[in-house]
Design a binder for this molecule. Structure first.
Ligand SMILES: *[C@@H]1O[C@H](CO)[C@@H](O)[C@H](O)[C@H]1NC(C)=O
Ligand SMILES: *[C@@H]1O[C@H](CO)[C@@H](O)[C@H](O)[C@H]1NC(C)=O
Ligand SMILES: *[C@@H]1O[C@H](CO)[C@@H](O)[C@H](O)[C@H]1NC(C)=O
Ligand SMILES: *[C@@H]1O[C@H](CO)[C@@H](O)[C@H](O)[C@H]1NC(C)=O
Ligand SMILES: *[C@@H]1O[C@H](CO)[C@@H](O)[C@H](O)[C@H]1NC(C)=O
Length: 379
């Protein structure tokens, strides 16, 4: 009997609260809700994070003066592929046709961007190209179109809104232009992404420094840009640049050691994602061991050398030319208890080196191995 009036009161509350907002605030709230709904196929739904969990807002415990290059930052590789299941691929064949490898070759994650943020991930690897219609910009992984109606702008709004609620946190966004999607690359596309990155809104939410990475204090509540594409058509007068530029010209494809000069620093990266040195038929245990060796050799160097350089190590890989092929999931998680994947092997390796500088480590299927994010951060 009592619960009915209480329920009615609870339901009435939002309307009462809404009436205290100005028309402008109501309009802004509604517009944001609409944008977040449009962004959901890439962003997911923000369920919030449990502040008693140590990876929620973990950066609040680090001093402002900490240099970003001295930190250990867990990231996700091909972050936007989390919902690219076979059902998703099948639902998009009217855009892509049926001449595509299976979805499992493209899917590298199973947690949305919001879930990843709430679980402590602070670096995102996103790849843009035109959406169907060659008008709006959206997200792809190679031939895989990920969400035809979600735009780059929608997803940036999602990050901005999350950062407003987590002002102690700093988030790095790496953006590639994705080739091989069958969509055109032209001046209109480059002008569009340039306009997004230089708008007054972007100036508020992206760290505006160019050519170097600063301190955590400077990056809190903001996005830091890792630009992994070059402008090929944009006029030279459009010259505002932010973040650091990791040119695809210098990012040698599928290489264990890549050195990129982005300023006074020489940034070493390890992005060896397909173990093409191995004979066909080597099997997943051998592929995982090769990848583990290459990755840990690189991270080991991050613990030893060049403390003021940015180290990026990709723990992610696949080997689709092997017979049978290794999917990103097999490399990350292995196959049952007898063959551990990269993530299970990295966990104790990182834990044994707790307190050392690892730099950025980009992961696939990070949440399937509990404690991995903490081990990267060094918590
Ligand atoms: C994930 O994909 C399925 C189809 O495969 C779709 O029904 C669902 O809405 C997608 N999730 C989001 C958050 O977009
Ligand atoms: C988009 O570009 C592709 C590749 O150039 C072309 O085949 C397609 O017709 C274009 N679509 C539209 C709607 O212009
Ligand atoms: C990986 O490194 C270990 C330790 O150095 C070595 O024993 C092993 O042969 C290497 N395996 C591969 C596949 O490279
Ligand atoms: C590690 O550093 C040493 C010394 O600079 C260098 O010779 C080696 O190539 C580096 N290895 C990796 C995997 O980065
Ligand atoms: C994983 O292991 C199971 C059982 O040992 C086997 O049937 C399956 O083929 C393996 N998967 C791959 C991708 O090799």
């Amino acid at each position: 009997m009592l619960s009915l009036p209480l329920l009615a009161a609870a339901l009435a509350l939002p309307a009462f609260a809404a009436s205290s907002l100005t028309a402008q605030e109501l309009l802004a709230n509604d517009a944001l809700a609409q944008i977040l709904a449009d962004g959901a196929p890439i962003l997911g739904i923000d369920g919030g994070c449990d502040r008693s969990v140590n990876t929620c807002d973990w950066m609040r415990n680090f001093p402002d003066s900490t240099k970003l290059v001295h930190m250990n930052l867990p990231g996700t590789h091909d972050s936007a592929t989390w919902n690219y299941t076979q059902a998703t691929q099948d639902s998009l064949i009217r855009y892509t046709g049926t001449d595509l490898p299976p979805a499992e070759i493209f899917q590298c994650q199973d947690r949305s961007l919001f879930d990843a943020l709430n679980l402590g991930i602070r670096v995102f690897d996103l790849r843009f190209a035109y959406n169907p219609g060659n008008d709006t910009l959206g997200f792809h992984h190679s031939q895989a179109l990920l969400a035809p109606d979600t735009t780059v702008e929608d997803v940036w709004f999602g990050f901005y809104n999350w950062l407003d609620q987590h002002p102690t946190e700093a988030v790095l966004v790496s953006l590639n232009y994705e080739g091989g999607t069958g969509t055109p690359r032209d001046l209109k596309l480059e002008q569009h992404i340039y306009n997004i990155m230089t708008s007054p809104l972007a100036q508020r939410y992206w760290v505006q420094t160019s050519g170097s990475l600063g301190t955590l204090g400077e990056a809190r509540g903001k996005l830091t840009f890792l630009q992994r594409y070059d402008y090929e058509f944009l006029p030279a007068t459009e010259s505002n640049r932010i973040g650091i530029q990791l040119s695809p010209e210098q990012w040698t494809d599928n290489t264990p050691i890549i050195q990129i000069l982005y300023n006074a620093y020489d940034g070493p990266n390890c992005d060896y994602y397909e173990m093409d040195g191995l004979p066909i038929g080597s099997g997943y245990a051998e592929n995982i061991q090769w990848k583990f060796n290459a990755t840990t050799a690189h991270i080991e160097n991050a613990t030893l050398f060049n403390p003021d350089q940015l180290y990026i190590s990709f723990a992610s890989a696949e080997h689709d030319e092997d017979v049978p092929p290794e999917t990103p999931r097999i490399i990350a998680l292995g196959n049952g208890t007898d063959t551990p994947g990269m993530n299970q092997k990295l966990l104790p390796w990182l834990q044994e080196r707790k307190g050392k500088r690892f730099g950025i480590i980009m992961l696939d299927f990070f949440a399937s191995v509990p404690g991995l994010v903490e081990a990267v951060i060094g918590l």
